[in-house]
Design a protein around this ligand. Structure first.
Ligand code: NAD
Ligand code: UDX
Length: 477
């Protein structure tokens, strides 16, 4: 038993809404999909003829957009029309941490979810399945149901007939940079709900390309909580390996060797054991903060303290990078040039939300460094908005100022130090012979992603410090 789904509407054309709907569209040619957003600029970018101008960079996304756009995948700001026509509505709006009011700094700000539920309540017609795709606190489905079910005046004036809603939870597990592959071949799809017919309808869509065994169904609250828990576990692994990276530096052990050795135990597993400058991205921090808030709400203080430590360790890991840089550069970086390679929070994305590069740069600027920032996919305006244009000088050759570099070479000219922050492939293929010649000596490389190729820099007279490994002295030629 299932409902027939011919029209899908996705509210929110962001990092989740865009790629998720592109993959569904490519596997379900008989379903019309409308992705809607309140941000006209973003919608224009999704509709841009030049696929290089799509609002997000994700490998493989442009090919799917080319295949489906204006056929069964459409991007627009026509919210009312597309909600009204939809049999199924995905909510993929942002759910950041609350900045003020009750629960500020921890709880999720549900204002965009609230607004979306009201839009659906107002415009939807007939039987409509509402799918939570955004990551939400446990029990949010209850709030959404209440808003959808309330007979507010807006809705009564607007609608001339009945509408009926079913709410499902279907959290998204994609990682940026590998989103299309994750969506095409997920480890699992999770659907939480109470209405079997609605669950079957959503499962049927996924079963167009995903084996039925991978589709897990649960109750609503298990599904909502599983998403927060998955992110907390993943983040916890990174904090665990990062804590050991510091011990490796102190003892002469090598973090990559330790990761390999422990990851070969199937109970531990190889994935997510790469030490780095601390996890970034829009999800881990805010979802753990939300978990902490929920635990406190339910009086589980020990549990919230446990998860808080994962965040504390992450912050410490990022902070210690800039401290090490200043120490190695003889205690002062005032007037020294430092090249930052990578500003995105991870490779293969243009997303900079919560990127460790932000705090590393700010700390070095506060110390008086002159910074050149290069990232293959992040543009200058994005960096300006993350660093706060009003606080830090841009393009000036002054202490505590930064500039945007177009290439690795451009960033490295006369640099006293290079810091690799993001694990872009091109940073593992740097020609250190050339770079050494254009740097000011004594020159330093600080590699927070411990690339194999970085060791070569020491052959060309550069001092190399590797995260989780420590110092490799330069070779005097
Ligand atoms: P995003 O900020 O990139 O996109 C959200 C979009 O929703 C924005 O374009 C915004 O304009 C739009 N929006 C907000 N309110 C709206 C409204 N009332 N009507 C229409 N559009 C509206 O966010 P994202 O990264 O795509 O994340 C969305 C959700 O998915 C969040 O809950 C996040 O936690 C979750 N999630 C994100 C990822 C990820 O890797 N980014 C992965 C899994 C889950
Ligand atoms: C994460 C979750 O992985 C995904 O399931 C969820 O849906 C959204 O949040 P994302 O933040 O896009 O995805 O990327 P992820 O690959 O998880 O990386 C997060 C951060 O951890 C990055 O800063 C990355 O560099 C870092 N990381 C990841 C490590 O430092 N080491 C690792 O081994 C893996």
């Amino acid at each position: 038993m299932k409902y027939i789904i011919k029209n899908i509407c996705c509210i929110g054309a962001g990092y989740v809404g865009g790629p998720t709907m592109a993959v569904i569209a490519s596997h379900c040619p008989n379903i019309q999909i409308n992705v809607i957003d309140i941000n006209q600029e973003r919608i224009n970018a999704w509709n841009d003829d030049n696929l290089k101008n799509l609002p997000i960079f994700e490998p493989g996304l442009d090919a799917l957009i080319k295949k489906c756009r204006d056929i069964n995948l459409h991007f627009s700001c026509e919210i009312e029309k597309h909600i009204a026509n939809a049999d199924m509505i995905f909510i993929s709006v942002n759910t950041p941490t609350k900045a003020k009011g009750l629960g500020a700094g921890q709880a999720i700000d549900l204002k965009w979810i609230d607004a979306t539920a009201r839009q659906i309540s107002k415009y939807a017609r007939g039987k409509t399945i509402v799918v939570e795709k955004s990551t939400l606190p446990v029990k949010t489905a209850r709030t959404i149901k209440e808003i959808l079910g309330s007979k507010n005046s807006d809705r009564e004036n607007y609608q001339d007939k009945y509408s009926e809603f079913v709410v499902l939870s279907n959290p998204e597990f994609l990682s940026e940079g590998t989103a299309i592959n994750n969506l095409q071949n997920p480890d699992r799809v999770l659907i939480g709900g109470e209405d079997l017919k609605a669950i079957n309808s959503l499962a049927e869509i996924y079963s167009n390309w995903i084996e039925k065994e991978k589709i897990i169904t649960t109750n609503l609250w298990s599904s909502e909580l599983s998403k927060l828990t998955a992110n907390a576990f993943l983040a916890q692994r990174i904090s665990s390996i990062n804590s050991i990276s510091a011990l490796c530096e102190a003892t002469g052990a090598d973090i990559n060797e330790v990761s390999l050795a422990i990851g070969s135990d199937r109970r531990i597993g190889k994935e997510f054991l790469k030490s780095g400058p601390g996890f970034g991205g829009s999800c881990f921090k805010k979802d753990i903060l939300n978990l902490i808030y929920l635990c406190n709400h339910y009086g589980l203080r020990e549990v919230s303290d446990y998860w808080q430590k994962v965040l504390d360790l992450n912050e410490w890991q990022t902070q210690r990078i800039s401290k090490i840089v200043v120490e190695k550069l003889f205690g002062t970086i005032s007037g020294k040039k430092i090249a930052i390679l990578g500003f995105a929070f991870k490779a293969n994305t243009n997303d900079t939300r919560e990127s460790p590069a932000i705090n590393i740069c700010k700390e070095l600027l506060d110390e008086g460094g002159m910074i050149s920032i290069y990232d293959p996919k992040v543009n200058v305006n994005q960096i300006k908005s993350e660093l706060g244009a009003e606080k830090y000088d841009f393009s000036n050759n002054l202490d505590g100022s930064w500039r945007f570099a177009e290439t690795i070479i451009d960033a490295s000219h006369n640099a006293d130090a290079i810091i690799i922050v993001t694990e872009w492939d091109e940073f593992n293929n740097i020609d250190w012979n050339t770079i050494s010649k254009i740097m000011r000596h004594p020159a330093w490389l600080f590699d927070t992603r411990s690339f194999k190729n970085s060791y070569e820099a020491s052959d060309y007279g550069i001092n190399v410090w590797m995260l989780g490994n420590g110092l490799k002295e330069k070779i005097e030629r």
